[in-house]
Structures are given as C-alpha cells and as structure tokens.
Design a protein around this ligand. Sequence first.
Ligand code: URA
Length: 463
Amino acid sequence: DRSVSRGLGDVYKRQVIINVYFKGAKLFMRMVDIILKKRDGGHLTKEEINFFIEGYVKGDIPDYQVSALLMTIVYKGMEKDEIFNLTEAMINSGETCDLSSIPGVKVDKHSTGGVGDKTSLVLGPMVASCGAKLAKMSGRGLGHTGGTLDKLESIPGFNISLSSEEFLEQVKNIGMAIIGQTGDLVPADKKLYALRDVTGTVDSIPLIAASIMSKKIASGSDTILLDVKYGNGAFMKNLEDARILAKTMVEIGNFFGRDTRAEITDMSEPLGKAIGNNLEVKEAALTLLGKGPKDLTELCLDSGSTMLVQAKIASDKERARQMLLEHLENGDAFEVLCKFVKAQGGDESYIRDLSKFPIARYKAEVRSPIAGYISKINALEIGLSAMKLGAGREKKEDRIDMSAGILLNKKIGDAVKKDELLATIYTERPNYESVLKDVYNAFEIVNEEVGTKPIVIETIEWI
Ligand code: URA
C-alpha cells in the first residue's frame, strides 16, 4: 500500500533494497518500490529494470504503474548504465535478427524523422550500388512526419512484408531490402511506445534513445548511422537536445559493439521540395538521376560517405564521396532502386516513367504577394498541411492518399518575385482553402538577401 510505504520513509526504502539485494528474487520486487525509488532520485539496478520490462511485456504490471515510472523518468532522467540496461532489457523482450548469412558488413541507418525525409529511398540504392549491404526495417508516418513504408507503398504492388528468408536473400542479391518491423522484434517498445504516446512521456532523451537503439540493435546490422534532426519540424527542437540524444545513442550502439555514428541535421525547413508519398518517391528517383534538390543530394552524399567508411568499403569520407558520385553519374544507383522495387513486387515501370504515378484530383498554387528572399519555411506547418491534404495520418487508423501533398518551388535563401510560385498543393479533398493559407503562412519573406545553413551541422563518430 502506497500510503503506508510513504509513511515508513527511509527505513522502509532501505528494507526494500536489502530484500532485493540479499534474496535476489523477483518475488520480493514490487513495481511500486521501483517507482518510488526513481521518484526520489534513486538509481535503478539492472534487476529492477529487467523486472519492470519483463513484467510489463507479460502483462503482470499494469499500464498505470508503468505510466507513473515513465513520467518519473521524464523528470528525473536516467544514468548511462540505466539507459544501457533498459536498452538491453528491451532487446531481450523479443527476437533478434541474424544477418550473419549475408556476406560483408551489414549497414543500417535511422532518421529521427522529419518533413519530406525520403533519405532512405535515395541513400539505400546509393550505398548498395557501391557494395554495401542494407537490411533495413522502417516505420510508418504519424502526424506531421512521413514514414518510409507509406512512401514505398505508393508504388503499385510494393510489398513491405517479406519472410526472413526472402529478406536475407534480397539483401545478398541486390544489396538492399526495406521491410516493416517484424512482430516479435522488441515487443517491449511496441507496448511502451503506445503508452508513452497517450501519457505525455514521449519527450525523454533516455526513453527515445533506448526505444530507437533497441530496435536498431535487434535488427542485427554491424553498423548504424543515425540522422538526428533538429528544428521545428523534428522531435528535437534545438541543437543542444539533438546533440545529447545523438551522443546517448552513439554510446548505446558502441556499448553493444556496433560501429555507431550520428549526424545532426537541419530540419528547420522541409528536406527537399516534395512532401507526400508518391511525390517523395518521384523526388527520390530524380535525385538518383542527378536531378534532385541540393539539400537532399548533399545529405545523401554525406551520410552515404560515412556509411561506406563504416562498411570498410572506403578508407575515408572523401574517397567514399567520389565513389558515390561515380555511381550516381553512371546510373548504377538508379538501377539499384529499380531492382529493389521490382524485387519487392513493385511495378518498376513507375520508377522508369515517373509520369505513370497518379496525380491528385485537386491542384492549387500558392503565390507570393511580394518580392524578396525566403528566410523561413516552417517545416512543422508544411508537415501538418500535407497531413490535412491527406498525405499523413492524424490517428494510426487513418487512411492516406498516396498522391496528396505539397511541392515547394522555393527553399530558404531563394529570391522570389511578386506573384511567383511558392508552392503547389495536391489533394483529393475539395475543401483545401484553409490549407492554402497555412502553406502561405509557413513562408517568411524578407527584403535582404538570406544566407543558407549547411544541411549536416555536425557528425558524432565516437565518444
Ligand atoms: N522514435 C522511436 O522509435 N522511439 C521514440 O521514442 C521516438 C521516436
């Protein structure tokens, strides 16, 4: 009983710890004591963390107690060894992927998510064309951020559920595969994330780091590259938090023996110019043909260089970049995209002829009433607008329109003339007027010329 345990104060708490320590048995552990310990600034042991994760996954510990513990973690944080132990307990809650039958170094990447982030669709074929092996599990979009699986499913026939034999065989043969997360990988995260989503406990660096890294480590790759985005369209709103999250995740990865590096990248404007599922697939294909937006191309070259160094295919980033540029220019990277789409049941002819993708019924333009320079494009506003147009989900169950979204005609730093096109919206929904206004409001236009920021702010290679 909580009131009694509170009343007994320190004596009680000491007693609980002694019980656990000497008798070691989970029998003597109680979830309420773990909550109280964390609430009062204590340090959770490996046994206590295992007890909480195992008990929650089995259904022995109820949501309300786990919610309370999660909220104390949001406020009290976690020490490094607590985060490592949490990650390990989460990995051990389910199966792990064995990629050892694929020859060579297996590489993986993860983006913390943003608006217009179609990087995997470009980067995967780029590094695979240079000989890297990418065995990737991806997620779906929710809210203002899109998901790689939804984008891939905008290609007719594309199948995101391969058997593990098909998955391994495809990576061996063409160098890459992207599938949905399998049911038994880190079940603890599935339960915890659903609970965090509705209890205001998503925004915690230890919880985010353990959630992402448990899945990445369980997925079995030898190397992990993390793209930690910051800016108003990202999870991390400022550079300092992005840095802490990136470092925490790099430390976790290295602790588990994976070569883990992170890039902190700018998400203060959408990435590239396309936001929305088939619009982004088209932009990804164009980027592999050398006709993509500058920021997306640069991000993929930078991330790809790090991944090739991690895979030991190139000795340094400069050489890796040269290799990537060669495989872009000679068309190899584009060919890998086509093979990858075909191997997963997608109609490759859509990639070879992008005009085959359906275009939304309604199309409307946002034009600038003044001349000047673009100083801001609010990524969050653009992401939410794309969602309202049908490109994203407000709730998990929502259906998305594959052809809905926004094409930007301008990026930060561009000059704009009066009446010039800022963006075009695409939707199946006839009542889009208010979204047009939101898209216009996402732009800030000033009189003076505006400088641009590099897309990759810093790289964290080892702590
Ligand atoms: N993405 C994840 O997978 N987990 C989090 O906690 C946050 C973002």
